[in-house]
Design a protein around this ligand. Structure first.
Ligand SMILES: C[S@@+](CC[C@H](N)C(=O)[O-])C[C@H]1O[C@@H](n2cnc3c(N)ncnc32)[C@H](O)[C@@H]1O
Length: 253
């Protein structure tokens, strides 16, 4: 206990030295909140539980998706890591399947695109549905490489889509394919980046009108970023729950 306290104190002193007192205080307040705020404590328990499930997924399929990585540790420069929310974390299987079920779309007509595909967990989970094909776009070279390895070994008896592809690119520069799309976002970007990516998708729709749906998933609460979608004139809301939001790209309001 004493050594844990010492380690935490040392970390804060270092943080204050390198990033200033304000950052250190913010960090300390956050750390305390994880222990005392009921919603944060519940989320911390879910994180622990999902960590175990993620390890089981990896063991079952011989892949590597579990754990979290700061984006700066997997080849993303600090200025870009900030607009990518700073962290890799694989989607939780239960939340993913709930969100996909909620869409009630004829999935066999769609290409699934995971914006910020990390190590490919959502791509592998999506292959249980009859998509035309599945594409993941990831800008961290270290994560993309793991995704390619994962897709190379992944096989599941329940697999209904075999056309899986991982692309290493920045979502801000990647052109969406001219096909009906279900664009999946597991909380990958900060607000300005999300807005720019949505604008890019909407522009692609204007150039070639087709069915394009956006599925935004947040394991805490979609209200964290719902405002970005709600104010975007090219999006029409379809459904909203606590963890997922479905929108359709249309001609605009
Ligand atoms: C929360 S992780 C989600 C991983 C994956 N979608 C999944 O569900 O398992 C978000 C991912 O978005 C990626 N990302 C953030 N900004 C990006 C950008 N501009 N272009 C491509 N990928 C980006 C991060 O590197 C990170 O791997």
């Amino acid at each position: 206990m004493a050594s844990r306290l010492q380690r935490s104190t040392l970390k804060l002193v270092n943080l204050a030295r390198t990033q200033g007192l304000q950052t250190a205080l913010l960090h300390a307040t956050n750390a305390v909140a994880w222990h005392v705020v009921p919603s944060r404590r519940a989320f911390a328990r879910s994180l622990e539980h999902e960590r175990v499930l993620a390890q089981e997924f990896d063991q079952t399929y011989g892949v590597e998706t579990a754990g979290e990585s700061p984006l700066t540790a997997v080849g993303v420069p600090p200025e870009k890591a900030g607009r990518g929310n700073g962290l890799y974390r694989g989607i939780w299987s239960g939340v993913f399947h709930d969100a996909l079920r909620e869409t009630q779309l004829p999935l066999e007509r769609f290409t699934f695109v995971d914006y910020g595909s990390g190590k490919g967990k959502a791509l592998m989970l999506a292959s249980a549905y009859p998509f035309r094909r599945i594409v993941g776009v990831e800008f961290a070279p270290g994560l993309h490489e793991v995704a390619v390895n994962n897709l190379g070994v992944f096989h599941s008896p329940g697999q209904r889509c075999l056309a899986l592809e991982a692309v290493c690119a920045d979502a801000l520069e990647w052109e969406p394919p001219v096909e009906p799309l279900l664009c999946f976002f597991f909380n990958p970007f900060d607000d300005p980046t999300m807005e720019r990516v949505v604008t890019r998708v909407a522009r692609s729709w204007r150039q070639a009108p087709r069915d394009i749906y956006l599925l935004y998933v947040n394991i805490r609460d979609v209200s964290e970023q719902a405002h970005v979608f709600e104010r975007h004139t090219a999006l029409t809301p379809v459904k909203r729950g606590r963890h997922c939001m479905l929108m359709k790209v249309t001609a605009g309001r």
